[in-house]
Design a protein around this ligand. Structure first.
Ligand SMILES: NC(=O)C1=CN([C@@H]2O[C@H](COP(=O)(O)OP(=O)(O)OC[C@H]3O[C@@H](n4cnc5c(N)ncnc54)[C@H](O)[C@@H]3O)[C@@H](O)[C@H]2O)C=CC1
Ligand SMILES: O=C(O)C(=O)COP(=O)(O)O
Length: 387
């Protein structure tokens, strides 16, 4: 029985796809597979039972990727599965920043007992007038699953869109509307745009990319949207820019104790992916990835191990090996198999950074001796008999 632990509530549309060979446990230590959304995993002890973690979502900064890789725990995410949910909320954020919809709505709430509200509102409404987004310039930093959807949608709404992503994937580039102006530096976005939205992962080189120096390059009255991660923006510098009016509005899905109190902030409580559709999509994709890994040893959409896919095993045995990406590993693995008098009928080995992964299909049943021999090879992290 494969034991699955959910560290966050995960949509049943996904979890119902587990078959009778799987059972849920509340005990992280005994779990073979873990499903997680934003729960913080950095301080958790990883047991030897753990084979894989699937993040039902995009951002993996809550998961210790290297620590997992070192223990042979493969971590997956679900690229694009919640992108539309975030896109729609970002479009909403731009509209909320342009027109005082929130102020107007509060005014109605405060005056709901007024019998003549239908008349008094006609006088009050001048206080909530705003601007349209059509014709304004939007800068999108990070043109992945979310950024590219926003860039395309904004062109449809009549915005002039600038996009920046030095690492854009080929698929990402194909997805992008030809209307999006591709710029080669973030500075061009800072200088030109009325709205700037960030959609990069939180990495060392994106941390606090919005700070006093970058804000100084921006237009007066710029609107900044952050639906990616709080640490992409320097809070103190943002608060100062909001106080001075340099930044007109900061729209964020990641308020913290400082930002929640700041002037001209429009904040939501990390709601980007909290739609039924996104939650279902992420859960279905995460469960599919876990099942393919547990049942076939295949790795698709991992963020700490390479993509490695040998389909469904039609041979007698399948063994998988998580190992360090070092010379002569394949030679040693095949020698270990040969020493047991066995034949490899199919094999794939892929590497990613410091780690690599091998899937081997054999014509005869794997023995405990073979597993022991492979485990003894220096640099081998985890060996698993899948079939
Ligand atoms: N508010 C919410 O609920 C959600 C927030 N997110 C956040 O949004 C981020 C992006 O999500 P996706 O678009 O799905 O990820 P993605 O991986 O499809 O796209 C990220 C893009 O950022 C680009 N990038 C990386 N470093 C960059 C840099 N220094 N400058 C410019 N571009 C850079 C990459 O090339 C990639 O195209 C996630 O990492 C997560 O932090 C994601 C989903 C939901
Ligand atoms: O997918 C992401 O990166 C998100 O930020 C969504 O987080 P959540 O699954 O809503 O806790």
């Amino acid at each position: 029985m494969v034991k699955v632990n959910c560290l966050n509530p995960i949509s049943k549309v996904g979890t119902s796809k587990f078959t009778d060979n799987y059972e849920f446990t509340d005990n992280f230590e005994e779990a073979n597979a873990v499903l997680v959304r934003s729960a913080a995993m950095h301080d958790m002890e990883l047991s030897d039972n753990l084979l894989a973690v699937a993040r039902a979502g995009a951002g993996v900064n809550n998961i210790p990727l290297d620590k997992c890789a070192e223990k042979g725990v493969v971590v997956f995410n679900t690229p694009g599965a919640n992108a539309n949910g975030v896109k729609e909320l970002v479009l909403c954020g731009m509209l909320l920043a342009s027109r005082d919809i929130i102020g107007g709505n509060k005014w109605v709430e405060n005056n709901k007992e007024d019998e003549n509200i239908n008349k008094t509102m006609e006088k009050a409404k001048k206080n909530f007038a705003g601007n349209e987004i059509m014709g304004k310039k939007l800068g999108v930093i990070g043109l992945g699953a979310i950024g590219s959807l926003i860039a395309n949608a904004a062109t449809e709404l009549g915005m002039e869109v600038y996009g920046y992503d030095p690492f854009i994937s080929v698929d990402g580039a194909w997805r992008l509307s030809s209307e999006v102006k591709h710029v080669n530096t973030r500075e061009e976005i800072y200088k030109e745009c009325d709205f700037i939205t960030v959609h990069t992962p939180l990495l060392d080189d994106t941390r606090e990319m919005i700070n006093k120096d970058t804000i100084a390059m921006m237009k007066d009255g710029v609107v900044i949207l952050n639906f990616a991660r709080d640490l992409l923006v320097c809070d103190d510098d943002m608060i100062a820019a909001l106080e001075s009016g340099k930044v007109k509005r900061y729209v964020t899905d990641f308020p913290n104790a400082k930002i929640a109190k700041a002037k001209n902030v429009i904040a939501t409580p990390h709601l980007g992916a909290s739609t039924e559709e996104s939650e279902d999509n992420c859960a279905v994709m995460a469960v599919k990835e876990l099942k393919d890994f547990i049942e076939n040893g295949n790795i698709i959409n991992s963020v700490n191990y390479p993509k490695c896919d040998l389909g469904v095993c039609d041979k007698v045995t399948r063994i998988t090996i998580c190992h360090k990406n070092i010379p002569n590993m394949i030679g040693q693995l095949s020698s270990a198999v040969a020493a047991e008098g066995m034949n490899i009928s199919d094999m794939v080995d892929k590497s990613r950074g410091d780690y690599a992964y091998t899937i081997m299909d054999l014509d005869s049943k794997a023995t405990a001796e073979l597993v022991e021999k492979i485990e003894a090879i220096e640099g081998v992290i985890k060996v698993r008999i899948v079939k």
